[in-house]
Design a protein around this ligand. Sequence first.
Ligand SMILES: [Zn+2]
Length: 487
Amino acid sequence: MKSTVNGDSAGGALVSQQEPDHPASLRQADRVRLRFATWLGDLAALASRALGKGSGASIRGQVLTKLAPDAFQLLLREPRVLAVSGTNGKTTTTHLLAAVIREELAGASGRLVTNADGANLRYGIASALSQARDADIAVLETDERVVSDMIAYGNPEVLVFLNFSRDQLDRHHEIKALGKAWRFALGKAGVTGPVVIANAADPLVVWSAQTAAKVVWVDTALLWSADSALCPACGSVLRRVPAPGAGGDQPGSYLRWDCPACPLTQPEAEYSVRGPLIKLPDGRLIDPQLRVPGSFNISNAAMALAAASAFGVGVETALKGMRKVVSPAGRYATAVFGQTRARLLLAKNPAGWAEALPLLASDPVVLAIDSVAADGKDVSWLWDVDYEQLAGRQVICSGPRAQDLAVRLSHAGVEHQIVPDLREALDVGGADSDPAEPARVVDVIATYTPFQALLKMAGLLPGSKPPGRRLPPSTPQSADTTHQEQR
Ligand SMILES: [Zn+2]
């Protein structure tokens, strides 16, 4: 817990730690019932795999929770829980944190369970937990809507709050209501509640975490602020003021937010992101040397470091673990589609696009947009994204909503063509590749559904069969060990 924040290099501390004093273990009757429901869920998953419909994790969870509606509560009783939530970065941060724990556990990685595939609703979490009943540590990506239940039933030791932004307009249309629910659940949990690792740069996260008994603030130097213009406490327009000690540093880089009308202000952080570096509570500046790209992943790593520390894992061990993460749940993976070698980036909302666009290194690039439930049915968010930065590059618009993107790009003055079929778009993207330059990679940014389709085409989804050639073992995607966690 927080008292162990400075327990650096405490290698093995976690391994030798006594069993946690969780509420009573499961009753025999609950055990039998769960075992039966799990068995039928496994059977359903097996059938799903046999039919080539993916890993079956989803159907397993649905069968399990249908037969044992309290599976989520019951299965969460036994392990020590670290939970990760927020709009953007929760899959990657969960992978980073799982890698940290795996590193700490060394040879005993069977003690860890995680929902590495990102199935983060109640049944997804129950499904993952049901597959690793001997695990005593759970690192769980948790959907924002499940956080209150996670606090109430999971009794997490550490809870990571990354950020809040508008996700799918038709689903999370009121992020403030979610913040309110978190705030209430933490207040109710009181002193027995989790240590919250909270992003100090996000006003709504700060307001949501205020009721927690223990908070470790992390200044992530958040990039996206369009969703946090108003004070969540009083509704006034927030202002940006120079942070204390910003001194002669670059103008604008060390601003903090502040409400002019009420006491809410950016709290002083124990961990801070400073460009590519992370400042630790003891003042040390470290370079995390991650293998996942982007400044937002430095922020995710800072959150994961703080969480690791609160859980009793030292900085060196944590960094060593995080450096093993390469393509969490397929993000940033490079795969070959016919003649085209493509790097796969996911962006689910305007904040995600703001993070992903600066990573684009190729010309042309492929952008794939869909608008089924998982992507958000309302594509008006396209107008909130700064596509103007793509000027001078050729964009191939793909996916069922390629036309909407094309309209947006026309307004942005970006050259583009429309190729709705994903596979065709990749072919077009790689058409001019020089065979003598095999290293050339076409960057693809996709919303959720086309991203999953790409993973499936590349054989990177659990349970999917690779239709074509996969990359040799030296490439990033196959070096990533985090996919193999829960199978
Ligand atoms: Zn205010």
